[in-house]
Unconditional design. Structure first.
Length: 294
């Protein structure tokens, strides 16, 4: 299980002066508990309000308990989207090199390093999700799980770049949407999950094989998304333990490696994120974890 899970909410360059200071603090046990969001990195951000990211009692909102844990609710309303706050998400950030190696999270503790030499993001990343049974998904996309690279941007600040991620999309947007878990056809308004990356930025016109990246998640019960990362080689996505899509470094870089936008492998941080970003709705998560190789 992750020793500490952390919250980071900025997608753009964030000046060092806006980073949290490092007051003396004691970390709460990892996981989602009534103590709050201990274990994630940045959760005290002004753009988030208590209703948008909240630890809720088991059984609240008709969400069943999972292993006796208290889940986290991500809530994005149409008003939030209209106000430009279309995200409610948690990020775990590992420090790779300066400036992140000098940063402290909102718990007052230094950012953790990746295992080994601190520059290998390989391992298995997991998170459990719950989609309310009455929620219809009619939006173009909504990000629920992602990996990001963080790069210095000058002046002590940083910028971040999505690498691989999973979106919720409307089944009605596809000519041949995947079948639901019970074998029935998906219909317009049913949520489907799709694996994405920045393949569209490639200059060689490589085709994106979207159908293989689509899967229909269970609705009204907990399910798990996992990603097995082999840095520089590939990333294997699974749904409830069943292989879903295998992406390779030929499709798009995997882990702390050079990208077309950053030819040098100069990443200063690595991020694993869960939540809801890009569209209104409610989503719940629990049991997020990272297991390094070996």
């Amino acid at each position: 299980m992750l020793g500490r899970l952390v919250l980071l909410v900025t997608l753009a360059a964030l000046p060092a002066a806006d980073r949290p200071s490092a007051p003396a603090a004691t970390a709460q046990p990892g996981g989602f508990t009534s103590a709050g969001l201990a274990g994630w990195t940045w959760w005290r951000r002004p753009e988030f309000r208590a209703r948008e990211i909240a630890v809720v009692p088991a059984g609240a909102d008709d969400v069943p308990s999972r292993s006796g844990h208290r889940p986290v609710r991500f809530w994005v309303s149409p008003a939030q989207v209209a106000a430009g706050r279309q995200h409610a998400k948690l990020y775990k950030e590992w420090a790779v090199r300066a400036p992140e190696t000098g940063w402290h999270g909102d718990d007052g503790l230094p950012l953790e390093r990746l295992p080994g030499d601190g520059r290998d993001a390989s391992g298995v990343y997991r998170a459990s999700f719950f989609i309310p049974p009455r929620m219809r998904w009619t939006h173009a996309w909504g990000n629920v799980m992602q990996f990001k690279l963080v790069f210095p941007s000058g002046g002590g600040g940083v910028g971040s770049e999505p690498q691989w991620w999973v979106d919720l999309m409307d089944a009605g947007a596809w000519k041949r949407p995947p079948r639901r878990p019970d074998g029935t056809p998906s219909r317009s308004g049913d949520p489907v999950l799709v694996v994405s990356n920045w393949t569209e930025r490639r200059a060689d016109g490589r085709r994106i094989d979207w159908p293989r990246r689509l899967v229909a998640p269970p609705v009204g019960r907990w399910f798990e998304i996992s990603a097995r990362v082999a840095q520089g080689v590939g990333i294997e996505w699974s749904l409830d333990g069943r292989p879903w899509f295998l992406g390779t470094a030929e499709d798009w870089p995997v882990g702390l490696t050079a990208t077309p936008t950053h030819p040098a492998a100069d990443a200063s941080g690595w991020i694993f994120g869960v939540g809801l970003y890009g569209a209104p709705g409610r989503l719940y998560t629990d049991e997020a974890s990272f297991t390094p190789p070996g």
